[in-house]
Design a protein around this ligand. Structure first.
Ligand code: HEM
Length: 405
């Protein structure tokens, strides 16, 4: 029988309880969304297979794409057309070869070397925000004061988006994410508002390009003629939204998780060289974007993990289930900051693997290390059961996290 989907998380430190049962049942299980059926990919090996198969598309324009089934009320033709302009350049939703044209332009901006150069700036941001928190005094909301502010400041600086506008783009992003399931129109309107804002910024940069990512893309576009205006706005949109919303959830969630595992936190304090492994483990353990990032559709009849999948059938890869698959990870439900496992799928796999992963890793490592070094007495106010987790939402995290010291 088909499972009803999505299923919410009920524990902050585990994927939805149903996932273990799905995984043991089969590598692909049928599920029923309000708008129709989809396949759920439950195991690590099949998840990697789906995310690398060129016959599997991520584009919402491909017939049968599963996002159109999340709601029983699909968008009208008019809404679909309005949305088309908005989608230009958002290569997360494009298949190769078009996807690769955009991604290739950005690879140098997010390379290991480039991110290494950005580290002193990220450190400065983290220190400044902690100075402000200490000045204002205990208690504080770690989401507002730190978790959301670190990645927002960093991505604004990289792109050339004024940080003074952060209330605007953070609140619209929040609406886009929280309304994604129950009010798609509100989510689209919020997205369009950010798009129009970036449209104005890009237009200004086209007149006078600055020394920032938008300016560099404008200049490159003039040289190669590869990008039109809408695509440039779309790329900027993708980077601004993906660049702050995900990391902003991981920072407070990771802080809470480490405070709940004091032995492992003490070990990291004693040996800070362990932070990079700890970051990987926290990413695997929480898998905050789960299936939302992994919307796919088969473009040919094929077999995956012994299951026949037909052209036009929608697929969601359950990243959070694959990251707890005992076939890929020993004691998968335990947090082990020394695990050193790099094969997790928190950043995806294949051609769409997170472009910003080097930056996200640097931000998380610097944020956690600096916070625990500079505020050794940091503690969470309240019990886990009372904390405002984003249980039903598409990206997991905390709405707020009251901390004291
Ligand atoms: C903890 C933080 C982050 C997580 C968990 C995360 C997760 C992901 C995942 C799972 C994907 C794959 C989507 C797919 O397969 O369709 C992805 C793609 C992407 N991410 Fe991230 N991300 C994070 C941070 C960032 C940052 C900081 C940036 C940019 C500054 C960024 C930019 C992107 C972009 C542009 C893509 C699309 C790549 C493509 O389609 O080629 N992400 N991310």
């Amino acid at each position: 029988m088909a499972q009803s989907f999505p299923v919410p998380r009920t524990c902050p430190f585990a994927p939805p309880a149903e996932y273990a049962g799905f995984r043991e049942q089969a590598p692909l299980v049928p599920a029923e969304l309000p708008g129709g059926p989809v396949w759920l990919v439950t195991r690590h090996a099949e998840a990697q297979r789906v995310l690398t198969d060129p016959r599997i598309s991520t584009s919402p324009a491909t017939p049968g794409h599963p996002v159109t089934r999340l709601s029983a009320e699909p968008p009208s033709e008019e809404e679909r057309r309005a949305f088309e302009r908005f989608q230009a350049g958002q290569f997360i939703d494009l298949d190769p070869p078009e996807h690769d044209v955009y991604r290739r332009m950005l690879i140098p901006e997010f390379s290991v070397r480039r991110v290494r150069e950005m580290r002193p700036g990220i450190q400065e941001v983290a220190d400044r925000l902690i100075d402000d928190m200490l000045d204002r005094g205990s208690p504080a909301d770690l989401v507002e004061a730190f978790g959301l502010a670190v990645p927002s400041l960093v991505i604004c600086d990289l792109l050339g988006v004024p940080y003074a506008d952060h209330d605007f783009f953070q609140s619209r992003t929040r609406t886009m994410v929280t309304a994604a399931f129950d009010d798609m129109r509100a989510a689209r309107t919020a997205g369009m508002e950010i798009w129009e804002y970036l449209d104005r910024l890009v237009t200004a940069a086209e007149r006078s390009p600055g020394d920032d990512l938008i300016g560099r893309l404008v200049t490159a576009r003039r040289e190669t003629g590869e990008l039109d205006h809408d695509a440039l706005v779309g790329m900027t949109f993708l980077l601004l939204v993906a660049g702050h919303e995900t990391t902003a959830n991981m920072i407070p969630l990771g802080v809470l998780t480490l405070l709940r595992h004091p032995g492992q936190l003490d070990a990291l304090r004693a040996d800070p060289a362990g932070w990079p492994d700890a970051v990987e483990e926290l990413l695997r353990f929480h898998s905050i974007v789960d299936w939302v990032a992994f919307d796919r559709v088969a473009t040919e009849d094929m077999e995956i993990g012994g299951q026949a999948v037909r052209a036009g059938e929608g697929i969601f890869v359950l990243g959070a289930s694959a990251n707890r698959d005992p076939r890929a990870f020993d004691r998968p439900d335990e947090l082990d900051v020394r695990r050193g496992a790099r094969n997790h799928l928190a950043f995806g796999y294949g051609v769409h693997q997170c472009l910003g992963q080097n930056l996200a890793r640097a931000e998380l490592e610097i944020a956690y290390r600096t916070l625990f070094e500079r505020i050794p007495g940091l503690r969470v106010v309240g019990e886990d059961a009372e904390l405002p987790f984003k249980y039903g939402g598409p990206i997991f995290g905390l709405h707020s996290l009251r901390v004291a010291w």
